[in-house]
Every structure is written in C-alpha cells, then in structure tokens.
Design a protein around this ligand. Structure first.
Ligand SMILES: [Zn+2]
Length: 409
C-alpha cells in the first residue's frame, strides 16, 4: 500500500474498541489514504507514503467530538456572569432581564450573515482546541420560522471543511409570546416544525429541554414522538435542575443521548444502560451554576457510556474548549483520565450516531490531533493550555489547523 500520508514515530491513542483501554499503540504509526485511516500499527511496519510526518515520539489522538453545543447565538451575557459571581440568585438575575430571554432578542435581530460569521468564529476557536466534529443546536429563536432560519445558518457555516458540523433541532422553551397557548405551540412544533425540518434535512436529531421551567414530561413525549415519526434521532436535556422522569422516556425511545443528569434516579440509570443511551456530562455548566455533580460512580457501575461536552452557550458555559471540560470532568466529576478521553472521542461519537469519528481505526475518517506532549493525562492536567499543546489538527487527512504547520517530508 502507498498511503497519502503517514504519521510515524508516534504514541497513537486509537480509542479503538477492539483494543484494550484507550487502544494506545506505542512507537506507532498511522497511514492515511483518501481521507480515511488506512492502517495503524508499529512504526517499524509502516507502509510507504507520499508524505511523512515525524511526530517525534509524541501523542496522536482522534480529533475531539463535541456532542452538545448551542454555538449559534448573538449577544453575550457577561453581565449575568458578574451578577452570579457577586452572589445574585437566579431569580434576581431573571428579574434584571437575564436568562435565555436575553439571548432571544439579539439572536432574532441578527442578520443571517452576522449569525453565520459569529458561529464561524466559535467553530474556529473549537478547531484550534482540537474539536473536529461539533454538534450545534438551534434554540435561541423559538418561533417555527426562526428555528428553521437558525438551522439554515448552521448549514451555511458548516459548509467549510472543518470542523464537521452536526445540526440538531432543539425544542428549548415555549417562546414568551406563546406562554398563554403553550398547548397549541407544542402541537405546531410536532405537526409543522419537525416534519418540515426533517423534509428539508435541516437536522439529524431533535433535542428537548425537559425540566422545571421548560417542557413538561408529557410535552417532551409528544415532541420526541413526532421526531421519531419523522425519522429523526432523539436526545434530551434532562435532570439539570429537577428529575421529571425524562431519562426513562429517553431510554424507552432508544435516544442517542441523555444530557446533564445532575438529577437522575437509580432506576433511570439502569434503563439508560440497557438501552445503550449515552450520558452526556456537561461539567462547565454544572460548575458555573453551582449544581450538584451527576452520579458518575453509579453511571460507571451500570455501564452507561459517558460523553463530555462543552455545552457552549452564552448563559452557563461560554467555552469552546473540550480539554477544559476534560479537566473539570476529572477533577470535579471524579472521572478517570481514560473516561475523559473516551468522553470526548468514542463515546461522544456514539452520542451523535457517527461511527466513523472518535476513533483511529481502519475505515474511520482521518480526523486527528498531533500533540506536543507524550502522556494522555497531560491534556487535562495542563488545563487551559490546549491551544499551545496542539501542534496540528487534521480533518479528513488534511491539516486544517497548525501552530506551526508540521514539517512533512
Ligand atoms: Zn445544553
């Protein structure tokens, strides 16, 4: 075989489920052809290639997968951050005009061009921190037409080759102007919005925010039922503040993921495990809102795969960097370094239903990171340093971000 590119003299962290643990291949090499991983193995056995990169004995990992973001929005809420830091309560902040409503106005007012440009800036920041696949939810317009507009802007921003963008329709809240007839609004979401989004292929899944102050369990059941009927995958924001029983609903529906889970019952954990639903941990938002930590030990014991995501949003987690979330997951949630790595690679890919990202095994997309360190633990250990630790990010076998560009011979 003659490969397009071989990265040699590397510690290749494959995250391949066919290998033990994180699937580390020490003194390894990886061969890329046609944008895919064509071979991984010992450096001594590497095939010939048109181009060769010497990794200098350092770490090569899959590109990171951010499986939960709200990256499309206008405006920011730095004032709320300051109020919260000064000890103001959620209700005081809401009374001062804070909360999701503070993002709704600027987002609705922004032009398509402005929204796409702001989203692209965040995608560039995510790529520089190693994210090669990113899920992006709508949800900051709330009207039927406006949510479709946000999904079209996501599609426009995602036309660039990197990172790979995965659009999700989020049933976030009942819009303030529809609170008086919320039943009719939910029906419109089910009967009009979801079928249109599916027909226009604007999203691959539907997410519902089922919690106190958001959609009820019955409303969530109707919305996710409509999503399944339209052929879309389902996921949910559940148990961030209160356990309404939505984790059980997601297990019953065979959801891709159940996200947040600060509040979740033992029975629901058992059902998530049986159904193979990924638990998405969002430690940035958890820490910023000073919420209790999800029951990581119980999720681990039950065998629920755990992913870690940024929850990038203007209210509770304005952060594009997954390595920072790995640090929070290991130091604050009690996850191991191995769990943190699987959480931003293979398990996050499972949460998106994308088997060809999140691992470096034969046939996977050649999305990978060259790191300026040797130990996988260094990435969460050197928190906040990801952009300086990363030497290059490849998507589909092509270097899309490099500092400086790696020397190819
Ligand atoms: Zn979220």
């Amino acid at each position: 075989m003659n490969a397009d590119l071989v990265i040699r003299n590397a510690r290749v962290l494959t995250c391949d489920p066919a290998r033990v643990g994180l699937g580390m291949v020490d003194r390894g090499a990886i061969a890329i052809r046609g944008g895919e991983v064509a071979w991984v193995g010992p450096d001594a056995d590497r095939p010939g290639a048109t181009r060769v990169v010497d990794a200098g004995g350092r770490l090569v990992t899959p590109g990171l997968v951010d499986c939960h973001t709200h990256a499309i929005f206008a405006g920011d809420r730095a004032n709320e951050f300051a109020m919260r830091a000064a000890g103001r309560s959620y209700l005081e902040i809401a009374a001062a005009g804070g909360g999701i409503g503070a993002t709704l106005g600027p987002t609705r007012a922004a032009s398509d061009e402005a929204l796409v440009a702001m989203l692209r800036g965040r995608l560039d920041a995510a790529l520089a921190a190693g994210t090669t696949t990113i899920e992006i939810k709508s949800g900051y317009d709330l009207t039927l037409a406006g949510e479709q507009r946000l999904l079209r802007c996501i599609a426009a921003a995602g036309q660039r080759p990197a990172p790979r963008c995965v659009p999700t329709l989020l049933a976030h809240l009942v819009p303030p102007e529809r609170v008086a007839d919320r039943g009719a609004f939910v029906l419109e979401v089910c009967d009009q919005l979801i079928p249109r989004v599916a027909a226009d292929e604007l999203a691959t899944s539907v997410d519902v925010y089922c919690d106190e102050g958001a959609f009820t369990l019955a409303e969530a059941r109707a919305i996710l039922g409509a999503a399944k009927a339209a052929g879309l995958a389902v996921r949910g924001h559940v148990g961030q503040f209160a356990d309404l029983g939505a984790a059980e609903l997601l297990a019953d529906l065979g959801a891709l993921s159940a996200d947040h889970l600060e509040q979740v019952s033992d029975g629901a954990i058992a059902r998530l495990a049986v159904a193979g639903v990924v638990a998405v941990m969002l430690p940035g938002a958890c820490v910023q809102l000073r919420l209790p930590v999800p029951p990581v030990g119980k999720l681990r014991a039950a065998g629920v795969p755990m992913a870690i995501a940024s929850d990038l949003n203007p209210g509770s987690s304005y952060c594009e960097e997954l390595p920072l979330q790995m640090w929070l997951a290991t130091t604050h949630y009690g996850m191991t370094v191995e769990e943190a790595w699987l959480g931003v690679t293979r398990h996050a890919a499972k949460a998106l239903g994308m088997p060809r990202v999140g691992t470096l095994e034969t046939g996977a997309h050649a999305d990978l990171i060259l790191w300026g360190c040797e130990d996988p633990a260094t990435v969460p250990y050197r928190y906040g340093a990801a952009t300086s630790l990363i030497e290059a990010v490849y998507v589909g076998g092509i270097a899309r971000h490099a500092t400086p560009r790696p020397v190819e011979t």
